[in-house]
Design a protein around this ligand. Structure first.
Ligand code: TA6
Length: 300
């Protein structure tokens, strides 16, 4: 549906506006009393969230692609219904097909407390059934206010159970990666994707000084992202069996055409996810993965 039609259908006292980007792509801009956000209908891909008057919580590549069937580099891509390479067919897109699929708008509402609640939906179709043979309805829900809550809600409309892997693949904006720590992963087992081996993390404050691609198992509900000159940020996960921590560092950053060579210094991916073991969704049941970001928390 075009931006003009969407603006007519979902006019919400000037707090939401649909804008045409390019290539027929449309993004939703939310501007309420607490914060602003931008969500692309392709992939239900959030690319910005700021408390009013403050800096963006998320990192977005300045050389990202905005094209049909291309994932945007940065913000919060939704990896679904698989994570990483497809387990059987490497010709299929990495991280599943949700992030390059066209979502439609199910609803946009304002809560009594002034939050904006957006639901975008992708239902199984001929194209998805060719790569993933199950009937489904995928809803990505955003609750935008003093915090931002992102939920990936999978409805199994098939007559059999299915398995899935998924990640809310959040790129957090970092002032300086060398002065950044991630608190709360002490003692956890993690799978190091770079050396394909399980390790145990012994640091309560995880730092990054080289390429990291780690999948932490059975994470705590809340992590805290600590930076030198910025408020500590709370990252809460619900129904996640893993947390992925990724920074490409120098060489991998240079190898990506949509990622600035020095971009690794100002981003860190912290992903609420189900990647170390598959999620089983029984027929006619649903599963919800959630990440809640609180822009300023105490890290005492
Ligand atoms: O979440 C970490 C990861 O799986 C890395 O291995 C890296 O591939 C990253 O995702 C980005 O993947 P993308 O397909 O968006 O380039």
């Amino acid at each position: 549906m075009k931006a003009t039609e969407l603006n007519k259908q979902f006019e919400l006292n000037q707090t939401v506006n649909f804008q045409k980007i390019s290539d027929g792509l449309v993004k939703l801009v939310v501007n309420n009393q607490f914060s602003t956000a931008e969500i692309h209908l392709q992939g239900a891909h959030l690319t910005s969230y700021c408390l009013n008057g403050q800096e963006d919580i998320f990192w977005l590549s300045p050389i990202a692609n905005y094209q049909l069937n291309k994932a945007i580099r940065g913000g919060v891509p939704i990896c679904w219904p698989w994570f990483g390479k497809h387990p059987k067919d490497c010709s299929l897109p990495q991280h599943g097909f949700a992030r390059t699929s066209e979502f439609s708008v199910e609803s946009i509402e304002e809560s009594e407390s002034g939050q904006t609640m957006v639901k975008l939906v992708l239902s199984s179709n001929q194209k998805t059934l060719q790569v993933w043979p199950y009937q489904f309805k995928l809803v990505v829900q955003f609750i935008i206010g003093k915090t931002i809550e992102i939920s990936v809600i999978t409805h199994n409309d098939a007559n059999q159970e299915f398995f899935l892997m998924e990640a809310i693949h959040s790129y957090f904006a970092i002032e300086n990666i060398e002065h950044t720590r991630l608190q709360g992963l002490n003692g956890l087992v993690f799978f190091d994707q770079l050396i394909q081996r399980e390790e145990i993390n012994r640091d309560d404050l995880v730092s990054v000084s080289s390429e990291v691609d780690a999948i932490y198992e059975c994470p705590p509900h809340q992590l805290i992202l600590v930076q030198k000159n910025k408020p500590a940020l709370g990252i809460t996960s619900k129904h996640a069996n893993s947390i992925v921590v990724w920074n490409p560092w120098v060489d991998k950053a240079a190898s990506m055409s949509d990622f600035p060579d020095d971009g690794y210094q100002n981003m860190l991916c912290i992903e609420s996810s189900n990647t170390r073991s598959k999620v089983i969704v029984p027929a006619s049941h649903s599963h919800t993965l959630t990440q809640i970001i609180t822009p300023s928390v105490s890290n005492e």
